[in-house]
Design a protein around this ligand. Structure first.
Ligand code: NAP
Length: 330
């Protein structure tokens, strides 16, 4: 079948190991004959969104050499074996695991242990299927399982934010960041954003930020929470932007994991809370879908490309030339 996959790793030039070609159809794990939580099925992919995770995989981060060749892609929407329109929850937990899937130490994301979504078909546990409402297109639905779910959990689960509170989103142009801005505004928050790029700051205002500033600029007021995915480049600013007792929620470190100043004194003296966040549960993905269905809020799509032109999308993300999600269609 048609597939976009990683053939090798290249830390400095991730597109080196990217192949747009053919791979065998996915093997459906043994439990497929069962009907319980462990049962697997296949989905015919209609749309799949690109994430920074796919670039990390090509760099050899989070993916083992023995797992190559590996079909990339965590996110997808498509049609299941019974003809239903579905989204796929990308967190694959152990069949014996009960409770929050993101806390399962043996969990993986699609394209880490099991083949990913940039293909004609993908095999997934039945428990990972979430119904797609008719109000969302396949392209919009494909944006939700990774960056949008991550943003939803950061704001409303780990961040515990309530309407009327204020939030700063760092690195406005990113896939997670645009989701954070849109979901925060739709949820009744006061939204500030930063970006290195003037045009991206203007776009941040269009999608819901109340104000947008240059990276590192002083805010007019301290905020209840900061949403961090940029890491070292913005960490100090994030902590300095919080009110006493405020919360920074971190789900990524694109610019590096070791900030020059960790601000430990500020953390204890101002009683700041530093909270990690990773993906979200299948239940939260269902809640996010309902949120969009009810509010009319939609993912911002930077561009839609036929999956055969995936290389162009990877290059744009690698160059930072993105505002919103890049979606591949089949
Ligand atoms: N834990 C999880 O479950 C989870 C889920 C999804 C993503 N992530 C992680 O979150 C991060 C963002 O993912 P994404 O898909 O949103 O990536 P992305 O679309 O590539 O966005 C990254 C954004 O970070 C900003 N940035 C990058 N380098 C910077 C620097 N040196 N200084 C200041 N800003 C910088 C840029 O914003 P501007 O150009 O606007 O300044 C850029 O748009 C990645 O590291 C990813 O692995 C984690």
């Amino acid at each position: 079948m048609f597939a976009v996959y990683a053939e090798s790793f290249s830390p400095d030039d991730p597109l080196n190991g990217l192949v747009v070609g053919e791979r065998p159809e996915p093997e459906v794990p043994d439990a497929s004959t069962g009907s319980g939580r462990g049962a697997w099925t296949t989905v015919q992919v209609k749309a799949a969104a690109l994430n920074h995770h796919d670039l990390w995989s090509l760099r050899g981060v989070g993916l083992r050499e023995e797992a190559l060749p590996m079909i990339l892609g965590c996110d997808a929407s498509g049609i299941d074996e019974d003809g239903n329109e579905v989204l796929i929850h990308a967190v694959i937990s152990d069949p014996s695991w009960r409770g929050d899937e993101t806390e399962d130490p043996r969990r993986s994301l699609l394209s880490e242990r099991y083949q990913g979504t940039f293909a004609d078909k993908v095999a997934v546990p039945r428990a990972n299927l979430v119904p797609k409402p008719a109000s969302l297109s396949f392209e919009e639905a494909s944006c939700l399982p990774t960056s949008w779910l991550t943003a939803y959990r950061m704001l409303y689960v780990q961040g515990g934010l309530r309407p009327g509170q204020s939030v700063l989103v760092q690195g406005a142009g990113g896939g997670v960041a645009t989701a954070l801005i849109t979901l925060a505004r739709a949820g009744g928050l006061q939204v500030f954003a930063t970006s290195r790029d003037e045009a991206k700051r203007a776009r941040a205002l269009e999608i819901g930020a109340h104000a947008a500033y240059e990276t590192g600029a002083r805010l007019p007021e301290r905020v209840d929470a900061v949403m961090e995915t940029v890491g070292a480049a913005t960490w100090t600013h994030s902590l300095r932007s919080l009110r006493p007792g405020g919360t920074v929620v971190i789900s990524g470190a694109t610019s590096g994991p070791n900030p020059d100043n960790t601000e430990l004194n500020r953390i204890f003296f101002l009683q700041l809370r530093v909270i990690g966040s990773t993906m979200g549960t299948s239940r939260e993905l269902g809640q996010l879908v309902s949120f969009l269905d009810a509010t009319g809020t939609r993912p911002l799509i930077d561009r839609t490309l036929p999956m055969a032109e995936a290389r162009e999308g990877f290059a744009a993300m690698n160059d930072g030339d993105v505002f919103g999600k890049i979606v591949f269609t089949r």
